[in-house]
Design a binder for this molecule. Structure first.
Ligand code: FPP
Length: 229
C-alpha cells in the first residue's frame, strides 16, 4: 500500500456468516461462532497495525436476543472468554475498550468483566476497540435524544452527534459486511451517514488479510465528498 493514502479512522465490521460457515462444514452453528471469535483476534490486529484508530465489531444485536437461548449463551460465553484472554494484551498495547449497547440483560459476570476492562483501559488514547453488544442503532439514537431532553438541551444535528459520540466513538468511515448480505441491520445508523459500505461474499470466519487489504484499498480509492462537489 502507498504511504500517502488516507486511511479510514473508524472501521465497523458486521461480522456475518458464522452460522452458514459452520453448516458448510457440517458442524453446529456454535462452531462457527468459535471460529468467528478467532477471526476477531486477527482482524483487530490487522486494523491497529494498519493505523486505524477505532474498530467497532457488531458482536450481538438487540435483535439477536430472539435466537435460541443455547446459541445466545454460547455467543455471550465467547465474549467472556475473549475479555479474559485478551485483557492483558489490550492493556499492554494501550487499546481502550468500549462496549456499546444495553448491558442490562447480561449476566453479572459479563457486566463486571466489561466494566472492569473499560475502567482499566479508559485513559488510553489513539486506539479504541468498540464492541457493539446487545446493540441497536435506533435505540441508541432514542437514548441520546432522551439524554439531551433530560439535560434541557435542544435536539440539533450537532447536539445529537455530540451526545452519540460522548464515549469517544467517532463517526464510522468504512463499514465492512461479510457473507454477501447487503444491508446495515440497525448498525450505527446515525454514525454511518457518510460511511463507505464494503460488502464481501466471504463468510466471517473465512475473511482473510487479502480481503481486508482489498477493502482498505477500495476505501482509499473512493472520493468522499460528504455531499459537496
Ligand atoms: C453473525 O453470524 C454473527 C453473530 C450474530 C455473532 C458474532 C459473534 C462472534 C464473532 C463471536 C464473539 C465476538 C467477539 C467480539 C469475541 P450469523 O450467526 O448470523 O451467521 P449466519 O447469517 O450464517 O446464520
Amino acid at each position: 500500500m502507498q504511504d500517502n493514502i488516507i486511511m479510514p479512522r473508524h472501521v465497523g465490521f458486521i461480522m456475518d456468516g458464522n452460522g452458514r460457515w459452520a453448516k458448510k462444514q457440517g458442524k453446529p452453528r456454535n462452531f462457527g461462532h468459535i471460529k468467528g471469535a478467532d477471526k476477531v483476534e486477527e482482524v483487530v490486529k490487522w486494523c491497529f497495525e494498519s493505523g486505524i484508530e477505532c474498530v467497532t465489531l457488531y458482536a450481538f444485536s438487540s435483535e439477536n436476543w430472539g435466537r435460541p437461548k443455547e446459541e445466545v449463551d454460547k455467543i455471550l460465553e465467547l465474549l467472556v472468554k475473549f475479555l479474559k484472554k485478551h485483557l492483558k494484551s489490550l492493556l499492554k498495547n494501550q487499546i481502550r475498550l468500549v462496549v456499546s449497547g444495553d448491558l442490562s440483560p447480561l449476566s453479572e459476570e459479563l457486566r463486571n468483566a466489561i466494566y472492569s476492562a473499560e475502567e482499566q483501559s479508559a485513559n488510553f488514547i489513539g486506539k479504541t476497540l468498540n464492541i457493539a453488544l446487545s446493540y441497536g442503532g435506533r435505540q441508541e439514537i432514542v437514548n441520546a435524544v432522551n439524554g439531551l431532553i433530560e439535560k434541557g438541551e435542544k435536539v440539533t444535528v450537532n447536539s445529537l452527534s455530540g451526545e452519540l459520540a460522548k464515549r469517544g466513538i467517532p463517526d464510522i468511515d468504512l463499514v465492512v459486511r461479510t457473507s454477501g448480505e447487503q444491508r446495515v441491520s440497525n448498525f450505527y445508523l446515525w454514525q454511518i451517514a457518510y460511511a463507505e459500505l464494503y460488502f464481501t461474499n466471504a463468510l466471517w470466519p473465512d475473511f482473510t488479510k487479502e480481503e481486508f487489504d482489498k477493502a482498505i484499498e477500495w476505501y482509499t480509492s473512493r472520493n468522499r465528498r460528504f455531499g459537496k462537489l
